[in-house]
Structures are given as structure tokens and as C-alpha cells.
Design a protein around this ligand. Structure first.
Ligand SMILES: [Zn+2]
Length: 234
């Protein structure tokens, strides 16, 4: 009996490796199926996990103040909860992409569930914007075997710079220092406009916004070019 349990355990671990871990390593290491922003003289600022009723409108105000178009990878259930924020994003020229219907890793989604969540999120965004969804970024950058086929359906976008801005412990200075060094053309910056996901701090977007304002002000003075993903010639 105990041997059977051990065999089942090994089988389960092997299946998980084949279904979840190996595809993620393959995609992340080789960039297979990932759309990259190359030959661009601009920087793309992207935000994951929203919309959030408190912080996303503040972020949109800030982007408007500096005349910057960004890109948002949104959670479908929150799109349903806050459609007016998505409408505003769209009207103000930002790109809206999919970040699953709930903030769940592809590692624990079956192919059927993943397809269903993508369809539901795409539909929720379409109902707000009347525009076809082109871009997808999975939560935590996790892929599964089925994800390998998604590059036919979406442009899968990862990031070149990630800051740990979902944690308050990062502190304003730590985050700001890192942001201010992120000015290479062709960069894709990843920030978060919602602190409600697992492992994040609820107040974290408050500090992110403070740092982002300084970053945008500094770069407005330098003439740095920012671009939203739908403007990129991939
Ligand atoms: Zn996320």
C-alpha cells in the first residue's frame, strides 16, 4: 500500500513538472511564443492586477497629467466589477490586455479552465471597449502546456524590468532608485495598480504611484518617449 502511495506521488509530481514547470522554464528561458519589443526607441509602462477602484483612477489621472499612454493587463472579474474604469482606460488611449479572469496561476488551471477564463476576460473587456483583445500576460508569468499554443491567439507580453512594487517593504527610495535607472529604449516596465492579490500589500500601489510620479516628471524633462503596446510595430 505504501509503495502505491509513493508511486502515485511520483506520478503526480512528474505530471506537474511536465504540465506546468517545464513549459514555464522553456518559454521563459527561450522566449518561445513571447512577443518582444525590439527596435523601439520608446519605453512601455505596463500595469498588472487591476483595475482597482481607488488606485487605478489615480493612476489614470497621473498618466493623463504627463500625456502618457500605458498598457494594463486586467483581471476579468474586476473588469466586470469596475467597467467604467476600463471604459475610461480605453477612451484615454491605453492598451488593455488579459491577466486571467481571477488572479490564478496557469499551473493549476486545466486547458479547459484556462480557455474559459481567457474567453470570459476577453468578453468582459470587449463589452467595455468594443475592441478586440490582442495582448495577454499570465499571472506571475506562469505557463502550462496549453499556453504554448496561445501565441497563435494573442501577443504574449512579459517584461524587461520588474520592481517588487507589490510589497510596501520595498520602500519609496528602493523602488524609486530602481525605476530611475530604467530608461533604456525598448524596456517593458512592470508595475501593479492593485495590491489585493496573494502576496501583495494593499497599500503598495500608494507608494508605487508616488514613485511613478517622480519617475514621469524626471523623464518628461529628459524627453523620454513612452509608448502603449498597441502603438508598437511588433
Ligand atoms: Zn498579476
Amino acid at each position: 500500500m505504501s509503495n502505491l502511495i509513493i508511486i502515485c506521488f511520483i506520478l503526480l509530481i512528474s505530471l506537474f513538472l511536465i504540465y506546468a514547470i517545464l513549459p514555464t522554464i522553456l518559454i521563459r528561458v527561450t522566449g518561445w511564443g513571447i512577443t518582444k519589443m525590439i527596435h523601439s526607441s520608446a519605453i512601455a509602462i505596463t500595469f498588472d492586477d487591476g483595475p482597482n477602484p481607488k488606485y487605478t483612477p489615480q493612476l489614470l489621472d497621473l498618466l493623463k497629467k504627463y500625456g502618457i499612454k500605458a498598457s494594463f493587463f486586467v483581471v476579468g472579474s474586476k473588469v466586470k466589477a469596475y467597467p467604467d474604469i476600463i471604459k475610461r482606460m480605453s477612451e484615454e488611449g491605453h492598451t488593455i490586455g488579459i491577466h486571467h479572469y481571477n488572479h490564478i496561476s496557469s499551473w493549476i488551471l486545466s486547458p479547459f479552465q484556462l480557455k474559459k477564463y481567457l474567453d470570459m476576460t476577453e468578453q468582459a473587456i470587449f463589452e467595455c471597449t468594443n475592441q478586440k483583445v490582442t495582448f495577454y500576460r499570465p499571472p506571475w508569468g506562469h505557463f502550462n502546456l496549453f499556453s504554448l499554443m496561445l501565441s497563435k491567439r494573442y501577443k504574449v507580453i512579459m517584461w524587461s524590468h520588474i520592481f517588487g512594487d507589490w510589497k510596501v517593504s520595498k520602500g519609496i527610495n528602493g523602488l524609486l532608485d530602481q525605476l530611475l535607472q530604467s530608461t533604456e529604449p525598448g524596456s517593458v516596465l512592470l508595475l501593479h495598480d492593485c495590491g489585493e492579490t496573494a502576496g501583495a500589500d494593499r497599500l503598495a500601489p500608494h507608494y508605487m504611484l508616488k514613485c511613478l510620479e517622480i519617475y514621469l516628471r524626471e523623464n518628461a524633462n529628459k524627453g523620454t518617449k513612452f509608448i502603449t503596446l498597441k502603438e508598437v510595430n511588433f
